[in-house]
Design a binder for this molecule. Structure first.
Ligand code: HEC
Ligand code: HEC
Length: 243
């Protein structure tokens, strides 16, 4: 028996070359998004597709509190679809995600519809990674003035406009995304958001994202303490030690 680790899946995935593009990555992603949105999701197939994702995002979809892997459980379905289409088209660059987004691994538009619906219905962790908690009033004011219009007063996002839910996301993942959105490294960023956050000082950034990480989704969207995803009873959680 061998174990499927992130490293060996990554090694396999890197053998798959990026596609030749006749259109811009954003155009290719848009077209795929539109295609996926016409499909009715099949949750059982979504669960099966999710098996490879669970290696990094864990069976619960909670990622890791240190932000290495984002929480994707409970993310809006349209956001998951857009991000997968973007990774696959090269409109969002990440060397870990890319190999899992290609058709040979993730499958076709129907598989994207299925896995997105599966992930969206997973309950969220009650224990996401938080910041220091020292500047939350300032964080709340900054959030209200700079973020709530798009991401919603409770960080719930907007399904129709595929604006991400950001409540209860790991603080360090939010910090990384904020940095890469502001610097332009995240090529699928919203240009209006980029402009909105240009002037943030490091202290303001930390305050607003600490506040964001502490926003709670509605209680029925949160898992109970110690919940394990019963769909993956045989999942091996121990990561083997690095040789
Ligand atoms: C090898 C580890 C790994 C695997 C396997 C993996 N991911 Fe990811 N995923 C990541 C990392 C790391 C990020 C964060 C990328 C970044 O920082 O831009 C991410 C980001 C995402 C995001 C965007 C989240 C956000 O909030 O920005 C989605 C959606 C996602 N993954 C879904 C999936 C799905 C669905 C699968 C299975 C088909 C999968 N991932 C497999 C590592 C992985
Ligand atoms: C003009 C609307 C707008 C404003 C204002 C805005 N955002 Fe965003 N934000 C977006 C959109 C749209 C995306 C997703 C872009 C994409 O498709 O990848 C996003 C993405 C993000 C992400 C990445 C989420 C993820 O997991 O991938 C974070 C974090 C974020 N915003 C935080 C903030 C914070 C904090 C503020 C306020 C300081 C803010 N945003 C203001 C529209 C906005």
């Amino acid at each position: 028996m061998y174990q499927i680790t992130p490293a060996c899946i990554l090694a396999a995935g890197l053998l798959v070359a990026p596609p030749l593009l006749a259109q811009t990555p954003a155009e290719v992603a848009d077209r795929e998004y539109a295609d996926v949105m016409t499909r009715s999701p099949n949750l059982e197939n979504g669960r099966q597709v999710y098996l490879t994702c669970a290696v990094c995002h864990l069976p619960e979809g909670w990622g890791t509190a240190d932000g290495t892997y984002p929480q994707i459980a409970g993310q809006l379905r349209t956001v998951i679809i857009k991000q997968l289409a973007d990774f696959r088209a090269g409109n969002r660059i990440n060397p870990l995600m890319y190999p899992f987004s290609v058709p040979q691994v993730l499958g076709n538009a129907q598989d994207i519809a299925d896995v997105a619906a599966y992930v969206a219905q997973l309950p969220m962790t009650p224990h996401n990674g938080l910041g220091p908690g020292t500047d939350l009033e300032r964080g709340a004011a900054l959030y209200r003035d700079n973020c709530a219009d798009c991401h919603g007063a409770q960080g719930e996002g907007d399904d129709e406009e595929h604006i991400p839910a950001i409540a209860a996301q790991h603080y360090l993942h939010l910090m990384r995304q904020f940095d890469s959105i502001r610097s332009g490294a995240r090529t699928n960023a919203d240009p209006e958001m980029v402009e909105q956050i240009q002037g943030f000082t490091p202290a303001e950034q930390a305050a607003v994202l600490d506040y964001t990480a502490r926003l709670r989704p509605p209680p029925e969207r949160l898992a109970a303490d110690g919940w394990r995803n019963p769909d993956f009873p045989d999942f091996v959680r121990e990561r083997p030690a690095q040789p």
